[in-house]
Design a protein around this ligand. Structure first.
Ligand SMILES: Cc1cc2nc3c(=O)[nH]c(=O)nc-3n(C[C@H](O)[C@H](O)[C@H](O)COP(=O)(O)OP(=O)(O)OC[C@H]3O[C@@H](n4cnc5c(N)ncnc54)[C@H](O)[C@@H]3O)c2cc1C
Length: 364
């Protein structure tokens, strides 16, 4: 009764688009489902580090389109201030992009490779029966409908509804709050600035510039559990995050010539809280996880490269296995393919733990 695919990929972010594109261009019958209408908004600093640029070239065979860029187009690296106020500079070439345009472009590449795309469609459930996964979907204004596949790649991002359903766990999250302004500062807009002083955040605070707009952000561990797909704005967290933000704003005004004319917009989002050792989860049965849904995220919220790479790793594992009879083999290949990515992530977090007392637990 249901339309049948080889693979259904859930979520058109960097992980889902890369997995869908790679599978489709290798002859697999793929459906990519995205709950929001594309181009969709995703709170992000929009910095593509050098690794992300290399992966775009490798997986997509093209340069990032100019339409996805914002000024200054060139990002020259990160300037990072540790918990004691000591500055570290990491110089490397990157790009400054708008996520909505960039991710839409990734999804278009998947479609051009042959993947079917359903946007504005939420996956609401996923049931595994022998040799098959049935996925239920809902599009506003229509009744629910289903599709079946040999397997599913869940790339839902941070608040994975399916992952929470499947594993019956409530992961820990970091809440983020960032604000775009009309204004100026004395900082070089070619850099991304991260601040780990405990008075400015319970995790990290940041500053960057997009199309001449100064952007300030703060973050902290979420005190309340996230029971729905919406980002909760509640009591204790709200007061604390606002207090961090006000202190950070004053600091930037006093120390970095920040002069603001007008608030343009504010964004609240979540990130996974990465634990010591960086545990990841590759899936359950015929449902594989990739990107943030699997737990891949580098320090300072750098997750676009990890999303694309893990999406490619699971796609390659399926391609290498050729068929869906031996699911264990797919896991074996996925683990092998993603080992270098996992080690990279562990090294990055360990390094952060070594240079910043705020993250000393990550040294393990
Ligand atoms: C404030 C902030 C700043 C950041 N800045 C940077 C940065 O500068 N550089 C960087 O590399 N990383 C940055 N990140 C991290 C980066 O955004 C993520 O790590 C990355 O987007 C993860 O990719 P993903 O494909 O796993 O998930 P996502 O990009 O989150 O994509 C998941 C997709 O799945 C869809 N979806 C979810 N549930 C369903 C469902 N049930 N059915 C259908 N679709 C569904 C969502 O709508 C979404 O489009 C930042 C994160 C935050 C919060």
């Amino acid at each position: 009764m249901f339309k049948k695919y080889d693979v259904i990929v859930i979520g058109a972010g960097p992980a889902g688009c890369t997995a869908a594109k790679r599978l489709a261009e290798n002859g697999f019958h793929v459906l990519l489902v995205e709950k929001l209408k594309l181009p969709r908004e995703k709170s992000c600093s929009g910095i593509l580090i050098q690794k992300s640029m290399t992966l775009v070239k490798q997986y997509y065979g093209k340069d990032i389109p100019l339409s996805a860029m914002c000024t200054p187009i060139e990002n020259r690296g990160m300037i990072f201030t540790d918990s004691h106020g000591k500055e570290f500079r990491f110089e490397q070439e990157g790009r400054n992009i708008w996520r909505s345009v960039f991710d839409h472009w990734l999804a278009q590449q998947a479609v051009m490779a042959g993947a079917a795309l359903l946007d504005d469609t939420m996956v609401t459930g996923c049931i595994e029966s022998p040799g098959l996964v049935t996925v239920t979907m809902h599009k506003e204004g229509t009744s629910s409908f289903g599709a079946a596949a040999e397997c599913v790649i869940d790339c839902e991002g941070v608040v994975g509804r399916l992952k929470r359903q499947l594993m019956k766990i409530e992961p820990s999250y970091i809440k983020t709050y960032q604000v775009f302004y009309e204004g100026i500062s004395s900082l070089d807009p070619h850099y991304f600035y991260a601040y780990l002083q405990p008075e400015f955040s319970g995790y990290d605070a940041w500053f960057n510039v997009k199309d001449d707009m100064p952007v300030l952000g703060v973050s902290m561990p979420a005190a309340d559990s996230v029971k729905t797909d919406s980002v909760i704005r509640t009591g204790a967290d709200e007061a604390a995050i606002c207090a961090y933000y006000q202190r950070f704003l004053s600091y930037m005004k006093e120390n970095h010539g920040l002069c603001l004319k007008k608030k343009i917009r504010e964004e609240r989002w979540l990130m996974p809280q990465i634990k010591p050792g960086c545990p990841i989860d590759l899936g359950r049965g015929r449902v594989f996880f990739a990107g943030e849904a699997a737990g891949f995220l580098n320090p300072m919220g750098e997750g676009i490269s990890a999303g694309m790479e893990s999406g490619a790793c699971i796609a390659d594992a399926i391609i290498q296995t050729h068929h869906f009879k031996e699911i264990d083999k797919i896991y074996e290949f996925y683990e092998k393919n993603s080992a270098a990515l996992h080690q990279y992530m562990q090294r990055q977090w360990r390094f952060l733990g070594e240079i910043s007392s705020a993250f000393s637990c990550m040294k393990q």
